[in-house]
Every structure is written in structure tokens, then in C-alpha cells.
Design a protein around this ligand. Structure first.
Ligand code: SF4
Length: 121
């Protein structure tokens, strides 16, 4: 990041999608402009230090009527672990009926975050 120009970011916390500029001052303080609310500052801080994302994908099932089950994480995981998380989910095979919201996998990629069904099976 160039400390004078800052880094351009789009805040994804809400549908407003504010265009942010986040610059680290010489005093080590982050200054954020373009945000319509305080959450934008928090987002920029996290994005520049440890960006995280929710993960939405599908896992295989043994049911021919629904061979893929939509799933999502019940929280955000570090962006850098998304590749590991997807690899882990490739080996999942659901062999029993599940209700939407039931846990499919615990501690995804060692993050402590669970993967839950996003639909009934
Ligand atoms: S800065 Fe606030 S208003 Fe703008 S997108 Fe982020 S959360 Fe929404």
C-alpha cells in the first residue's frame, strides 16, 4: 500500500458498496475516507490486516434426487484459507437427510467455523 495514495477498496458490508480509500499514516493510524458509516472503517482495517469471507458452495450427497447440497459457513473464515476449505469440502459426502441449518462439517480448515446446510435434504 502506498501510504500517500492509500488503497482503494469497495466495502461489502452492506449493499451501498461504498468506495473506500484506506491509507496508513506515518503515525501508524489508518485513515479511511469514502465510508458512509463506521462499519466501513472496521471493514477496511480487517481487509488490510486479515481479510475474511463467508463461504457458500455445494457438497456431494449420496442421493440421486439431490446429488449436491448447498452449504455455507456459519461465520467468516480468513480469505487465505478459502482454498484449503474448498479442498476439505471436496471430500465431504452427505449420506443422511439434513434440515437447513444443520451442521455438515465442524472446524472448517481449522478455523473453528462450521459448515451448515443451506437447504433441506
Ligand atoms: S461504509 Fe457503511 S454504508 Fe458504506 S457499504 Fe460499508 S457498511 Fe455500507
Amino acid at each position: 500500500m502506498n501510504s500517500k495514495e492509500g488503497k482503494e477498496l469497495i466495502c461489502i458490508v452492506c449493499p451501498n458498496g461504498c468506495r473506500l480509500n484506506a491509507a496508513m499514516g506515518e503515525d501508524g493510524q489508518l485513515s479511511v475516507t469514502g465510508n458512509k458509516c463506521k462499519r466501513g472503517e472496521k471493514f477496511a482495517q480487517a481487509e488490510l490486516t486479515n481479510p475474511t469471507r463467508s463461504l457458500t458452495t455445494t457438497v456431494r450427497t449420496s442421493f440421486s434426487t439431490m446429488p449436491w447440497l448447498p452449504v455455507r459457513t456459519d461465520g467468516e473464515i480468513p480469505k487465505k484459507l478459502i482454498g484449503d476449505a474448498l479442498k476439505e469440502l471436496q471430500s465431504v459426502l452427505i449420506e443422511k437427510n439434513l434440515r437447513c441449518g444443520e451442521v455438515v462439517l465442524t472446524d472448517l480448515a481449522g478455523t473453528g467455523i462450521n459448515v451448515i446446510a443451506a437447504s433441506d435434504l
